[in-house]
Unconditional design. Sequence first.
Length: 655
Amino acid sequence: MANIESVLNENRLFPPSEAFKKNATVSGIAAYQALCKEAEQDYEGFWAKRARDWIQWHKPFTQTLDEHDAPFYKWFYDGELNVSANCLDQHLQSQPNKTAIIFEADDGKVTTVTYKILHQRVCQFANGLKSIGVQLGDRVIIYMPMSIEAVVAMQACARIGAIHSVVFGGFSAKSLHERIIDAGAKVVISADEGLRGGKSVRLKDAVDEAIAMGGCTTLEKVVVYKRTGNTVHWNAQHDVWWCDLTQGQSEVCEPAWVNAEHPLFILYTSGSTGKPKGVQHASAGYLLGAILSMKWVFDYKPDDIYWCTADVGWITGHTYVAYGPLALGATLFMFEGIPTYPHPGRFWELIQKHKVTTFYTAPTAIRSLIKLGSDLPRQYDLSSLRLLGTVGEPINPEAWIWYHEVVGQARCPIVDTWWQTETGCNMISPLPGAVPTKPGSCTLPLPGIQADIVDEHGGPVEKGQGGYLVIKRPFPSLLRTLWGDPERFKKTYFPPEMGGKTYLAGDSAHRDQDGYFWIMGRIDDVLNVSGHRLGSMEIESALVANALVAEAAVVGKPHEIKGEAVVAFVVLKGIRPEGDAAKKIVAELRDWVAKEIGPIAKPDEIRFGDNLPKTRSGKIMRRLLRAIAKGEEITQDISTLENPAILEQLKQTVV
């Protein structure tokens, strides 16, 4: 197999400003390099020191890393702690009246809770869970809208040592059913409905449908939070209202002290084939990763108003909503709705209204907002912002520049973060006061993270050449296993051809001459065109660099001569073209890609749409695009799509 070719050429460099660097947690490149050197010289000592400094231990650990049963690594494994106590109890003396969460509902209603009140509500709900039989090690499914209650539910599970598994509120009853059964869940926590963009999402109905599918033999209770008060089907045998469960419960609940390796949660992530994978994270290692990345990457300051736009149903919402900010005593902002309801400037209005300082969102959201025009953000006062971040996929350079100039007003560093559900926290990202940034590059690994790029046999790859992204040494926040499937865990993430101890991320990447990492896409998104292996992200970036294009997704389809043909799905900044106008733009875009990258990368086919098929969290469903490109019937579950009607539109082909 030939190495994956890098075809993206981006040389713009943005060093941190002196003003930002002056107050940064890690100030200057020398400070970053010193941390990296410390980790290289004493790897276990590096992590042990930070675990002692940043985690409140009930029983201190004496052993740092156990590698005897690799790749089932254990960290701090003879220590005991409680994650909820680390997030809440430690702030009760120092800042009980500080605002923990500012929540704005879909309709604009704002609710705030202090650390003291949040602690009381978590304790009451934890006692409520204990009253219906939830014990240490039991699994609890959380299927809720974005809300303070979702965070309360997660923290309450952590408090009593129950293992939570949050299921994104946009997932179907079938997806929920699979997860209830696989986790062996004892309780489901849900709501009557959720609200998004003025529309209700019937969550309780989906729970009922999942149960009706049968096989949920471990399930005993369904706890329902009354979000809208609309009528729902009620089964008195197992349904209980949240308000009834917490009524009269004590505001004190002693935390369950658990082993450092006790599972904090299971989070299911889709595989390219087969059933979802239940990624299992351990309490101490995961918490340490969340804390350190909040300090290093987001440069946390006590007066920050921190907004991560991710839903709690995703890993980003776990680490950078429910756990990381609270562990540091931050004020976090949560939003129930969507960026464009009831008007297209909602995101910018929220930043202005709540004086948000740190804004962390997905490139997909940024590209969608670009389509609405640069004039829109300029109508709002975004001067409170001091740091911007991106997460979920590589950001193409032109979207990066727009984000920097229009949203950040050319003064806010951008942390382009690469990480995964499996890694638990940021792995490769600029530290904003230390590392100069390049548009489209996630730059350099965090201190202590030994990332590398290798060929399919684990051998070295030269700079500028693409290969497989790996992490060569275990780190505390790494997943411990796949729930109930250790063999799949080993095969997927620690394949024998890589030596069985190196973590295979599943992404292709390359390093430039400065050692900066550039993510090229998933390994299964690599296109093999006439013997050239091209990363889909780089072709997408070239397309989006054209002034006409707002968003693009590129997939391959079989081609009898070239192996694979390049198929591009394109959303223009203007109206969707048809007829001769469409043909003219197709020709222009093909020539543009040839000029930007080379003739080998020219799309064989371009299809225009008003949008791309995305989940409600903003992820592009590339598997659906591959099916459309191949002309296959779509048999997959599309209930998670924000806009299912777009599939029919994209089936119309322009060559």
